[in-house]
Design a protein around this ligand. Structure first.
Ligand code: SF4
Length: 281
């Protein structure tokens, strides 16, 4: 009797340090299991590499952990043979960015599958095409971790690092996740000149983060809109940090024409121009 030998799909979620491209963690990376340990592990990471490693194994939000891992094991039919990342999505891109791009949370079958922010879904297709046209990405597509894509002078983060049901994180989940972003922002803030907030949620989440990092945040907070701008500064800094609102390149927004590639290009060009005018080309 002859039988076809099939190799089993490797386990999902991806075990830390098991060979996934760009996996920042190892089996020894400490795991946050609640809001207090997120605060402690974010504050003591010391380096961006260790911070992203710790982000990528966090288990502090029970509802989101259950959801991201369920999606990773049940999978979408079209990805049934694939290994799903199924873990939090760490910050990704340049370690010394002049532009920070902030989104809401990873998509269930996008970032939660590929392990990289905005990678492997339609929002990412539109976003990375624009980043490539505006000189901030090395390739026009972002399909999977290890595909050669690279951000140029830019870094991407999510306000909430785990895929939420219906793409809607709860307020307490946003607050639990916030110290990861605060620590990341602190580590890159000196070279940063522009922050692009993709969508209202990211815009709202960014102001307390900027305040926590020492920026003087206007009151009342600026109203979100596509192309909305505010410049904030830290004591002793000569340059201002430009915060720009941008409609989220969600499927709904791109299908309805609420946001187009040209509109994204305009925002990223503006962010780059501000950086160049303020000492970072
Ligand atoms: S959303 Fe943030 S704090 Fe909550 S489990 Fe994911 S990484 Fe941890």
């Amino acid at each position: 009797m002859t039988g076809r030998v099939t190799s089993p799909t490797p386990p999902s979620p991806v075990p830390p340090g098991s060979g996934w491209p760009d996996d920042p963690a190892t089996p020894a990376t400490p795991v946050a299991d609640g809001p207090e340990s997120v605060r402690e592990l974010a504050a003591t990471a010391g380096t961006l590499a260790e911070l992203t490693a710790r982000q990528s194994v966090c288990r502090a939000c029970p509802r989101l952990v259950e959801w991201r891992e369920r999606v990773a094991t049940e999978k979408r039919r079209s990805f049934l043979g694939e290994q799903y990342w199924g873990r939090p999505i760490p910050g990704w891109g340049s370690d010394t960015p002049r532009i920070l791009i902030a989104g809401l949370a990873p998509a269930a079958h996008g970032g939660n599958r590929t392990g990289r922010v905005f990678t492997g879904d339609r929002s990412g297709d539109v976003l990375y095409a624009s980043l490539w046209r505006t000189g901030l990405a090395a390739q026009p597509t972002s399909v999977t971790a290890g595909d050669g894509q690279r951000l140029i002078g830019a870094r991407m983060v999510a306000a909430v690092r785990c895929a939420p049901p219906q793409n809607k994180p709860a307020t307490d989940e946003r607050d639990t996740c916030a110290p990861w972003l605060t620590a990341e922002l602190e580590m890159v803030a000196d070279g940063l000149r522009s922050v692009v907030c993709l969508g209202h949620f990211a815009w709202q989440a960014m102001w307390p983060q900027l305040a926590a990092t020492g920026f003087a945040v206007p009151r009342p907070r600026p109203v979100f809109g596509h192309g909305a701008e505010a410049v904030v500064a830290r004591a002793g800094q000569q340059h201002g940090l430009l915060v720009i609102g941008c409609y989220h390149p969600s499927q709904q927004n791109t299908f309805t024409g609420r946001v187009t590639g040209a509109m994204l290009d305009q925002v990223f060009r503006r962010a780059s121009e501000h950086a160049a005018a303020n000492g970072v080309a």
